[in-house]
Structures are given as C-alpha cells and as structure tokens.
Design a protein around this ligand. Sequence first.
Ligand SMILES: [Zn+2]
Length: 345
Amino acid sequence: MSGADARLRDRRRHDTMAAVIKHGDGVEGIEVGEIEVPVAVPGHAVVATIATGICGTDVHIAHDEYAHERPVVMGHEVLGRVARVGSVDDDHWIGALVALETYFSACERCEMCRAGRRNLCADRRSIGSFRNGGFASEVLVPVINLHRVPDAAGDIDGVLSEPLACVAHCLLDPPVVQPGDRVLVTGPGAMGQLSAQVAQASGATVTLAGLPADAGRLSVASELGIRTTMAPVPDESFDVVIECSGAEPAAAAALRAVRRGGRYVQVGIFGRDVTVPLDAVLYKELTVTSGFASTPASWRAAMRLVESGAVTLGPLITRRVALTEFHDALDAAARGEGIKTVVLS
Ligand SMILES: [Zn+2]
C-alpha cells in the first residue's frame, strides 16, 4: 500500500488529541496541550492508549537529566489497543491489547544493530524522548514493536510490561541469579519490586531493602511474599546485589553488602555522576552487569512471566490519574510516593 493510500485510510488525520508535551526547559517546559492525531503510515500502527505509566526516566526527562528532543510527547510505558494500521498485511493487529517496545527506530547499520543489540544503537530513537510517546490518546509505533499482552494479566497490569522487559533484560539475559542465591535488591520502587519478583521467580532468596520513608512500598512487597528490611544489611552477606534506587548511598551499601566473588547489577539510573566505593569491585572481584532498556528477547521473557503468573503486577499500580493531573502525579513520582502511577486515557 502506498503512503497516500495509508493516509486515505486515516480518516481522523485532521483531528487533535490531548497530550503531555515537553517543549522547553525543566518541569515548566511541560504542558498538557493538543497535537494532531498520528497517521498510520505503512509498517506502523496507531495504538489507542489505555494507560501509560510514569517512570523515573520521565522524571529525569522533565528535569533535563535524560536525552530527548523537543517538542515531544512524553511517556513510554504504554498499554493500549491497536486502532489503525498502515498496511493491509497488519490488519490482524486491529483491536489487539498490546504493550509497546519503545524503539521507534535504530540505524540498522552500526556494529550494535548488526549484532542484534538495537538497544545500544547510538542512533536509537524511542517514544517518549525522541518520538511522540504515550501520554496522549494515541501513539504511533512500528508494528514490530507491538507485543500482545497475555489474557492472564488483570485490567491494566500490562502497563508494567515495559519496565518488566527492562528488568528481564538486566536479570535474565544472561541470567545473573542462580537458584538458592541470596539476593539483595535496593530501592522498592517499580524496578526494585519487579527485580525482587523476577529474582524470586529465578529461585533466589530475596531481601528488598528500603528507607523508613519506603514503609508503604515495602509493605506491598511483603504482601507479595518478599522479605523486606529498612535496617542496614551486613557486609558481604549477599551473593547478588541488584541496585534499583539510583541513589548514591544505596549503591555504596550494595557494594558493601555483596560477598567476595559476587555480582553487582545496576538497574537504577542516577541521572548524574556519583561517588561510590568502586574499589570493592577490585578487592572482591565482583562481576558488574546491567542492561540498558529492553530487547525483543527480554520482551518475550517478560510476557511469559506475566502469562505464567510468576510475577504479580496489579498491586504495584498504586495510583491512577487523568492526563490533566500529570504535573501533580509527576511531582509525587519524583518524591518517591507510591510504586507506579499510571495515567489513564
Ligand atoms: Zn545502530
């Protein structure tokens, strides 16, 4: 089908929709405004959003601590239904409940792309930072980024698919947790909660650590059967530490808590240079790993974890807001309130 035909199929192309648009510096540069609805060009789908999660990365983008291009519609943790497609071949997607892999494009030519590691392409462009994202009624994505959300998931649980895929990339590809491992997870936000669940599903004995201010978030984990603590943890007492807070003191504590010959996994983003006792890596011969964003393999793993019930997502959604409440919800997320706030369409 030609581009012109695709546009003819798109009867609503002159309509506008509400969206959270970052157009200037800082939080003041974000407005809830109107933009044109997207056109389903060939190879692409327009997804009508159901819910979009507010992520720590959104907080970093809001404060200009994470690369993005303006103006852009923020939001990359999207659950929705396929509304329109740009190619007849993709008609079978229409109506499907989907979560979205976030890459809008990669160069497909660099060493990383050719090695199947598009998440590391320097020219990768993702929704919510370089292409219009999910805090809007509709979002345009390449069809290859659509992932069907398993029926097993509750109403809007699938909104956590993207963070779960990122955790799966950090922890499962390759596996960093062995059955029986003592695992410490620092930071009980969404990434910490998901990491704790995935590590537990991998057969580890997991402790999720937080600060006194995290009591509410830790109680959610407790109710899901995860051991929690607000106390300092003993030195060299864990086989694997998974740092999910992106906070300097937590990273330092995790480097002390891991045993000699153990493993340190960085999941959280600091958003700035930090000071940590990096000599621990040498003295203890630590293996340090991480994962940047997600890969098709980690998405498949994430969807299987949801389908099998190995992870429980619903209780992690602690607040639901309308698009008009975005600024307030973003502030609350920046203060670490709740676990996952989602914007409902
Ligand atoms: Zn590339």
